[in-house]
Each structure stands twice: as structure tokens, then as C-alpha cells.
Design a protein around this ligand. Structure first.
Ligand SMILES: NC(=O)c1ccc[n+]([C@@H]2O[C@H](COP(=O)([O-])OP(=O)(O)OC[C@H]3O[C@@H](n4cnc5c(N)ncnc54)[C@H](OP(=O)(O)O)[C@@H]3O)[C@@H](O)[C@H]2O)c1
Length: 317
């Protein structure tokens, strides 16, 4: 894997940092993205020390800003090197509603719109790279409860976090209710952003087709990280439940596997958890919703049809 180059977002901590270390140990050259320069440089130093050749470069971007995502893509592309793997890992959970710099609900902006734009901007480089190329979307099993709110949603969430998988039919993603200006709930915003990631992953795979860049989504498990730092209650819950949760290194196992396993060469449009292929919620497998979300996202991030790599434009059917 020595000559492979991988971009990982949200690499300053948690699952992203551990995925970066795992890939570095396998000889992959890494481009780490974080929003805080000191934290990201510190992460790069650690990853470099675990890397076989030390080829690790840190980039800064705030995914709450689409112009920052565009600057990031420019900086990566300026390096004029191939790109084999993109791990869309950066993610947030906000207890209170926040607005991104572009005026969108911030969970949706950071978890879906930013990786949607970044993937499109880096895709031409990936398409021009030879060999095995992969986009990995770090989603969550919580996608299953997008649209479920109130006590039912919270109960399902708690059971899932505690490792008791229960699946309750959920309404899915309502594209007309994305701003959530009234009745914002952190869990609901997070769940639908994670559903959006899988819908995007599937639609990307469908448009690229087989024998191209592969696109797959993963659930890393319930992992003791800082992802819920915004909610005192959830952070406390994570501390209490820590013995039941995975460590960040254990949580990185599936993203790492999907980013690098030779046996997954050519596998695309799938969803994985516990290093196994899984069936996502029916709402994540809806091709009509996936296409509608793609079109809406392209408008929201300001992509024109010409900005979208030819292979990822609507394939003729
Ligand atoms: N932990 C779990 O149980 C779990 C379960 C399912 C899915 N996931 C997913 O796993 C991924 C990694 O999360 P984690 O659990 O490892 O949590 P984490 O340690 O908080 O990592 C999240 C990463 O995203 C970055 N990030 C957050 N907001 C950003 C922004 N506006 N711009 C750029 N980067 C930003 C963070 O940067 P900073 O260091 O600057 O904050 C950090 O590097 C997320 O997509 C999360 O949704 C986690």
C-alpha cells in the first residue's frame, strides 16, 4: 500500500485519528484534515511516528463553511499527486441548533453538505488516479431512526447506544424540513445527517457504476469519543457507559477495513458494520430520495452540472 494516498477528514481525534494511524502502519501516505491547526498538527505528529515513511501532511478546514471546504480541496489538488482514498469522517452533534456560515443547519452542513462538496471537488483527481480507489463515508446506525422523534426516538437511541439493536420503522429524511428552525432536536438532526450520508454514498456508487471509484458507508459502532461533547447529558452517559463502548481504536476497525481491505476491491454501494456487510434501514436504500437529496445538495453547495465529474453526472439509463 506504499504508494497509496488517502485524505481523512476529522483526523484530529477519535475514530479519524485511529483510522489514520492504522493506514499509516499499512504504509499509506496520509493527508489529514482538521479544523484546529494545533490539534491537527499534533495528530499528524503522532501518525507520522507510526508511519513507515513519515509522509503525513496536515490541512485545515472548517466544515461549517463551504468556502473553507473549497480552499481545502484547492490545497489538496495543488499537490498534484494521485488520490486513492477519501475517508469522510468529520462529524458533529449539536445539542442546540446552530447555523453554518452559509446559513444552513450546522449538523447537516458539517456531516453531509461539506463531504458532499469535498467529494465532488476531489473526484476528478480520484477518477484520474489508476487502480483501486475508494470513498468511505463514516455514517452511523442512528441513520435508522431519522424522522423518529420524542420519547420513542430517545428510547430507540438509548437501546442502540447500549448495544441492544432495535429497529423501529422510521419516516426517513424529509427534505422540506431540513432547516429545523422550530423544534430542533440534536438527536434528530444527527440521525438525518447520517441517513443523508448513506443516501449520498449509494447515489455516488450508482452514478459512478462498477469498475470506478467505489463508494461505501460504515457504522463504526458505539465508540467512546468526544462526538457528543455538546450535550452534558450525553457526555455523562458516554462516560458512564464507557465499559460497554468501543475504544476509538476499536471503532476505527471497520472504516479502516473498508478503506484498505484487498477483499473489498471493486465493492461499491454497500453499508458495513463490525467488518461485515449489513443492510441499512429501508429509508437509506430509497433511490428516489437519494437522487432528490443529490440534486438538492448540489444546489445548496453551489455546484453546477459542469462542476460534477462526468462519471458522476446522471448516467444514461
Ligand atoms: N462515537 C460514536 O459512537 C460514533 C458512532 C457512529 C458514528 N460516528 C461518527 O464517527 C465520526 C467521527 O466521530 P468521533 O466519534 O471520532 O468523534 P470526534 O472525536 O469528536 O471526532 C470528530 C472529528 O470531526 C471534526 N470536526 C467536527 N466539526 C468539524 C468542523 N466544523 N469542521 C471540520 N472538522 C470538524 C473534529 O474536529 P475537532 O477535533 O476540531 O473537534 C474531529 O476531528 C463522525 O462522523 C461521527 O458521526 C461516531
Amino acid at each position: 500500500m506504499r504508494d497509496r494516498i488517502c485524505v481523512i477528514t476529522g483526523a484530529s481525534s477519535g475514530i479519524g485519528l485511529e483510522t489514520a494511524k492504522g493506514l499509516a502502519r499499512r504504509g499509506v501516505r496520509l493527508r489529514l484534515v482538521g479544523r484546529n491547526p494545533e490539534r491537527t498538527e499534533a495528530a499528524a505528529k503522532v501518525v507520522r511516528s507510526e508511519s513507515r515513511h513519515g509522509d503525513v501532511v496536515a490541512f485545515r478546514a472548517d466544515f461549517s463553511s463551504l468556502s473553507s471546504v473549497r480552499e481545502l480541496a484547492e490545497a489538496i489538488l495543488e499537490r498534484d499527486e494521485p488520490l486513492h482514498v477519501l475517508v469522510n469522517n468529520a462529524g458533529v452533534w449539536h445539542q442546540q441548533r446552530r447555523t453554518s456560515q452559509d446559513g444552513y443547519e450546522d449538523t447537516f452542513a458539517v456531516n453531509h453538505l461539506a463531504p458532499f462538496l469535498l467529494t465532488h471537488l476531489l473526484l476528478p483527481r480520484m477518477l484520474a488516479t489508476e487502480g483501486d480507489r475508494r470513498v468511505v463515508h463514516v455514517s452511523s446506525r442512528l441513520h435508522e431512526q431519522a424522522g423518529l422523534s420524542g420519547p420513542v426516538g430517545r428510547a430507540v437511541y438509548l437501546m442502540n447506544v447500549l448495544g441492544v439493536p432495535i429497529r423501529v420503522p422510521s419516516p426517513g429524511l424529509d427534505l422540506n424540513a431540513l432547516p429545523m428552525t422550530r423544534g430542533y432536536r440534536g438527536l434528530e438532526a444527527y440521525a438525518r445527517s447520517k441517513l443523508a450520508q448513506i443516501l449520498f454514498s449509494n447515489e455516488l456508487a450508482r452514478r459512478l457504476g462498477p469498475a470506478s471509484v467505489c463508494s461505501n458507508a460504515v457504522h463504526p459502532g458505539s465508540v467512546a469519543t468526544n462526538v457528543a461533547r455538546d450535550s452534558r447529558l450525553l457526555s455523562l452517559g458516554i462516560r458512564v457507559a464507557q465499559p460497554l463502548l468501543r475504544s476509538p481504536a476499536q471503532g476505527a476497525a471497520t472504516p479502516l477495513w473498508v478503506a484498505s481491505a484487498p477483499e473489498l476491491t471493486g465493492v461499491t454501494g454497500k453499508y458495513f458494520a463490525d467488518a461485515k456487510e449489513r443492510t441499512p434501514a429501508p429509508t437509506a436504500a430509497d433511490p428516489v430520495k437519494a437522487r432528490e437529496l443529490w440534486e438538492l445538495s448540489a444546489r445548496l453547495v453551489g455546484l453546477r452540472p459542469d462542476d460534477i465529474a462526468p462519471a458522476a453526472r446522471e448516467p444514461s439509463v
